[in-house]
Each structure stands twice: as C-alpha cells, then as structure tokens.
Design a protein around this ligand. Structure first.
Ligand SMILES: [Zn+2]
Length: 480
C-alpha cells in the first residue's frame, strides 16, 4: 500500500486552550479550530527549559516585563529547508518564529507583536504616522523615513522590529512587523530611504488571547492528553493491530529497534501492548557518537520495562575519519560505518535466519519516506524485514502517547533538541550545532579540534570550520 504525505492537521480547542488532533475535544466536547502551520507541520510540545529560553530571548530583544508563554501549552513547528527556524505556537496561533542566524532570534508575527507590546515591550519599536498605515497593508511594502515619528534606541540594521501607530503600550497600536534596513543613528539622520521592510501588516486590532491557566506545564500536559484521549486510543489500537498481524504474517523472531529517541520509544511502548515482553528483543546499535543522555536513556528504558536488550557498538568513526575526512550531506560514509555495519553484525550473530524489526519511522519526517511501503526488506540488510507501526503518526501523536504512558523519554528533548542522533552529523543545522556547543561543550570541542586540524591541512578557512564541513562539495549545497 502506498501513502502520500498529506498535511498534518493540528487543531486547537479554544475553550480549553489545548491542541487537539481529533474532530472533538475530549474534555469539553467542542470542535477544535485548525491551526495554520507551515507544512509539513511536525509540531511538538516545548518543555520548561526551552520555554524559559524563548521567554528570555523575547525579554532581551524587546524589553518585555511580563511572560508571554506562561500558563499555556507551547508548540514548536520546524520549518523545512532552513538552517533552523521554528514556528512558536500558543493559543492556537503562530505568534513568532524562533530563528538561528548567527545567534538566536525571535521574529514576531503580528499576534506575537501585540502580546509583546501588551507585556511591556519597548525595544525595537518604530512608530509611524497614521496616514501611512494604508500603504503598509499591501504586499511587500516598506516604511519610508518621512513616515516615521519615533524609533527606539539601539535598533540595528537587519533587526526584527515592531511598527506601531502610537507608543501607548497597547496591542491595538500594532500595525506591522518587519526588518530594519538602517541603524538607529542612520534613521535619525536620514531624510529619506527605507527604514523597515515590512513582513506582515494588518489593520490594528486587539490580541486574540485565550484564557491562561494557573497550572504548571506538567499539569497542562495531563490536560492535553485528556483532550486527545480518543485519538490516542485509536492510533494505539491501529498500530498494535498492525504489529500483531505483521508478526503473524511474517514468521520471524520479533525485534524492536531502539535508538533512544521518541519515535522508537513509542514503538517499544506499542510492542509491550502487542506482545509479551518475552516475545521480542530490543536492538540498540551504539554509533559511538551517542549523547550521554541517550546512553542513560537506553539503560533507564531497559530497567523500567525489563526488556531483553541486545547491543552492538561501533567504534570506528574516529579512526576512519583520519582516512576519509569529515562526513558530508553528499558523502555519508558515517552511516555505513557507524550504523549499518554494527547492525549487520548484530543480526548475523543473533538472527542468522532473519528478523522482523519494528522501527519508529514516520512518513511526516520526510517526503522520501512518505512513499515507502509500511513493511519492507532493509535494502542494506536483506535478513531484516522492517515494519513501521507509527508511519502515519505525527510528532504530536508520538508525544501525546509518551506523556500518556508517563514513559521515560530522552532528557535531551527537554533541552530543546528535536532529534537525538549522533553528536557529530552533517545533517545538523547551525542552530542544532549551537545547542550541542551549549549543552555538551566537551563533545563539540573534540570535533572542532579535528575540524581545525583538517582545515589547516587542506587550507580551509573559518567558514569551513563553522558550517561548510557538512558538505564534501560545498559548492553543490544549494541543491542538497
Ligand atoms: Zn476543549
């Protein structure tokens, strides 16, 4: 059976102020409203630490005095094809984009700008004459110098700014958001020219706020699970049924591939529903580049569920690295060495006649995956038949299921990582690299040391060390 990558439908109950994946909110019985996300829409919940990080960023950038995200579920939706851009969703709306561009930045949408102004934001503000407003409402407009009556101090060219019709500290004053095209001093001295390139503009109106809660995030998570009870149960039943049927149809020893990530944890939880734990083994291949939390998580999961864990390790990366050079998006020797080789070894040793492996692949993760059948031979390891019980789950389904089961997920997710692969990977975006540097400085140092050595040997510069190492042929990176 073939599947096509559809749009992920995320909805929001405006009565309970919670995300809902089904047609009905299971708490209040009301119909949720569609959230307008950028497709494919792999939204996921943000945890305490990430919320605090964003809150601080907003305060730093715009000088807000009150919290904007408190008492609400916050979701993050990664935008495809960028270094690192994530939509921030509260109250069923995208209020801003969190962007990595030589540092983390908030790009507010109009709804975010209204809340920033309400929360006392006074930095990065441009006030315009009221008669200019109609000219901003069209497409690709600009604020010109003669239309400006006030600019807040310290604005730098390329800063994200909020455009107001009055400096009242009221949401109804927000007209537009955009990017500054001059520095503060330049604006003061200029008589003409573009001050701001407008990104979004709208007739001024009140912020569309839903009710906040006194509850903490964990209690809100419980409500979120409750609001989605039916859909979670349905997805579980469907996947468990698929697993049992597949196991009956393919008469091979059953295994579950575990990586320490949320998707494989979900598959493991489903396997524990579908089978007795004595009926399957859990496979973990350590690439040798795992984060410490991943190793810890594998251990905790094993102890929590009393599963039979079969491990295999690769330790060839650093040795091969000297020979091959850094792996690239166009030169992925690492997956062969660090993933396939140990997995093949493991299967040859423990399942000489083959195995049926349940894996946590989801079609929403990539367009190329969407077209693959739900059960297929591993193209690299013919003895392994892979089956995908959660191929039609979104990241939200996965998180709801994990939270519902109170399952021990990898703590890296709480630090704002949305992927827990190797700590060196050419697929990493600059924002992700920044997170690794921040949270695991000693791991990154080891890698950077290698990059510096390699760059010196080949005459590469700082840009290569910072970003271009991720391609063997950086000139081709535009059409990755
Ligand atoms: Zn509701």
């Amino acid at each position: 059976m073939r599947t096509i990558l559809g749009k992920m439908h995320l909805k929001w109950c405006h009565y309970c102020n919670l995300p809902v994946l089904d047609k009905i909110c299971n708490i209040c019985g009301n119909e949720p409203v569609e959230v307008k996300l950028t497709p494919p829409g792999g939204a996921r919940p943000a945890f305490e630490k990430e919320i605090e990080f964003i809150e601080n960023l907003i305060k730093e950038q715009f000088g807000t005095k009150e919290d904007i995200l408190k008492g609400r579920i916050v979701l993050m939706n990664k935008l495809p094809g960028n270094e690192d851009m994530q939509e921030i969703i509260i109250d069923g709306q995208v209020i801003a984009v969190l962007k990595y561009d030589n540092g983390w930045k908030i790009m507010p949408r109009l709804e975010g700008a209204r809340r920033i102004v309400n929360a006392g934001g006074y930095k990065k503000i441009v006030v315009i004459k009221e008669d200019v407003i109609p000219y901003l409402l069209g497409r690709s407009s600009s604020v010109l110098r003669p239309g400006v009556t006030y600019v807040s101090e310290g604005i730098k060219k390329e800063d994200e700014v909020i455009i107001l019709k009055k400096m009242n500290g009221k949401d109804e004053d927000v007209v537009a958001v955009g990017r500054a095209k001059m520095d503060y001093e330049e604006i003061l001295n200029a008589e003409k020219g573009v001050v701001v390139k407008v990104r979004h503009a709208e007739e001024p109106r009140k912020a569309n706020e839903l009710k906040t809660s006194e509850k903490n995030l964990r209690e809100l998570f419980k409500d979120m699970v409750k609001a989605n009870e039916d859909v979670i149960r349905r997805f579980e039943e469907n996947s468990v049924g698929f697993m049992r049927n597949t196991a009956k149809r393919i008469n091979l020893p059953i295994t579950v591939a575990y990586s320490g990530g949320k998707d494989s944890l979900t598959v493991l939880l489903l396997a524990l529903k579908a089978f007795d734990k004595e009926e399957f083994d859990v496979l973990f291949t350590d690439t040798g580049l795992e984060f410490p939390e991943t190793i810890k998580n594998v251990d905790i999961v094993q102890k929590t569920y009393g599963i039979k864990l079969i491990k295999e390790e690769s330790n060839e990366f650093w040795e091969k690295l000297e020979e091959y050079g850094p792996p690239g998006r166009d030169y992925r020797w690492c997956s062969e060495i660090c993933k396939l080789k140990p997995l093949k070894r493991l299967i040859d040793k423990h399942y000489p006649n083959g195995t049926l492996t349940f894996v946590g692949l989801r079609k929403y993760e990539s367009f190329s995956r969407a077209k693959k059948p739900r059960v297929q031979k591993n193209p690299h390891i013919p003895k392994q038949i892979n089956a995908m019980p959660i191929h039609n789950w979104s990241a939200m389904h996965v998180w709801l299921y994990i939270l519902k089961n109170n399952a021990p997920y990898n703590k890296m997710y709480e630090k704002g990582f949305d992927r827990v692969g190797c700590y060196v990977c050419p697929a990493m975006e600059l924002g992700e690299i920044d997170k690794v540097k921040r949270e695991y400085p000693e791991l990154w140092e080891k890698w950077e040391k290698f990059l510096r050595k390699w760059a010196e040997k080949h005459g590469y510069g700082e840009k290569w060390i910072k970003e271009l190492w991720r391609w063997k042929n950086p000139n081709k990176r535009k059409n990755k």
